[in-house]
Design a protein around this ligand. Structure first.
Ligand code: UFG
Length: 333
């Protein structure tokens, strides 16, 4: 039996594939390589290049392979782009998931672990955020992820699908061995931008606003180490395979760090200056997001091991300094 990883050439998906193979699983990867990198594919995974919206293609994968669980990372995930091109996000994310669920039901594959986001909550009323709080996305991206959760909920109702939706806060870091890491084109995420600046690939980091209602005026986020995040996916898949019922879990660290604290910690770890200038607020950014992950710890027995700010930045730096051009297509394109 195999685990099917959709989006297995992306930042988060590739780390999942490596950890599944570490655990001795057979892994099948589907990725259209639109944003993923073929260099991040694990050599022992069976790879099919194609788009999950292409039902014939997806059916052919389910027919050839013997799949007992799906981990679904295949989505576009840029908040800013989702506001300018909402229909692209509904098409790729929502329609893609609709096709996937249809093919899963047709092939009697009932277990899916789904990549969701803190963006489903929108601007929080209180912190830390728990899974029972209101979901009011402030971006198309968040709305599509919430809609994907609802697609699974109603498919469960009609077809006994079992799903776990994992709502990520800010995922960062790289595999401990530094074989794979984080490389988006374009890069919008704070830590890779900070580290590219440390490597002189960028002249400076722009801090998006310093007039937020936080102690140093910059936004606060909850950073979770990629390897711990993937541990939760493997636990969630086992939970479903052992008969656990469908559920939703936050994945974060229960701690917040400001943009300035991130830059200052990175200066210490890298020993580089990392010039930073203050710019305007980025539209749609909530001032503070902090997760409660108590439920994942309790129900899935999730035990984060590498989620400390120093470890996250150190592991990310190990990969970035080994591969200053990332997966090699020129940073910032
Ligand atoms: N930031 C900067 N300068 C930069 C980049 C980011 O100051 O050049 C700030 C942002 O304003 C934010 C923080 O750094 O306060 C983190 O920004 P990221 O872009 O790294 O991450 P986000 O918090 O915006 O995004 C994350 C996930 C998204 C998810 C979103 C939900 O990456 O997938 O949380 O709010 F949708």
């Amino acid at each position: 039996m195999s685990v099917l990883v959709l989006g297995g050439a992306g930042y988060i998906g590739s780390h999942a594939v490596y950890q599944l193979i570490d655990q001795g699983e057979n892994v099948v990867v589907v990725d259209n390589l639109e944003t993923g990198h073929k260099e991040s594919l694990h050599p022992n995974a069976t790879f099919y290049q194609g788009d999950i919206r292409d039902i014939k293609f997806l059916r052919s994968v389910f027919e050839k392979e013997s799949i007992n669980g799906v981990i679904h990372f295949a989505a576009t995930s840029l908040v800013g782009e989702s506001m300018e091109n909402p229909l692209k996000y509904f098409d790729n994310n929502v329609y893609g998931t609709q096709v996937l669920l249809q093919v899963m039901v047709e092939h009697d594959v009932r277990n899916i672990v789904f990549s969701s986001t803190a963006a489903v909550y929108g601007e929080p009323d209180s912190l830390p955020l728990t899974e029972t709080m209101a979901t009011n996305p402030t971006s198309t991206y968040g709305e599509t992820k919430l809609t994907m959760e609802k697609l699974m909920k109603w498919t469960e109702h009609a077809h006994r699908l079992n799903y776990v939706s994992l709502r990520y806060f800010n995922v960062a870091g790289a595999r401990e061995s530094a074989e794979i890491g984080e490389d988006h084109r374009p890069e919008t995420h704070l830590l890779p931008i900070i580290l590219q600046t440390a490597l002189n690939k960028r002249s400076h980091v722009t801090i998006f606003g310093k007039d937020y209602d936080t102690p140093d005026g910059t936004c606060i986020r909850d950073y979770v180490h990629i390897e711990d995040l993937i541990d939760a996916h493997l636990l969630a898949l086992n939970y479903l395979l052992e008969g656990g019922s469908s559920d939703i879990f936050n994945l974060g660290s229960n701690q917040g760090f400001s943009v300035k604290e991130m830059i200052e910690t990175a200066r210490i770890i890298t020993g580089k200056d990392i010039p930073a200038i203050v710019g305007k607020r980025r539209s749609g950014d909530p001032s503070t997001l902090i997760a409660s992950s108590a439920k994942a710890k309790q129900v899935l027995n999730w035990k984060p091991k590498r989620t400390s700010l120093n470890q996250i930045i150190q592991d990310a730096w190990n990969w970035h300094s080994l591969y200053p051009d990332g997966y090699g297509k020129g940073v910032g394109k």
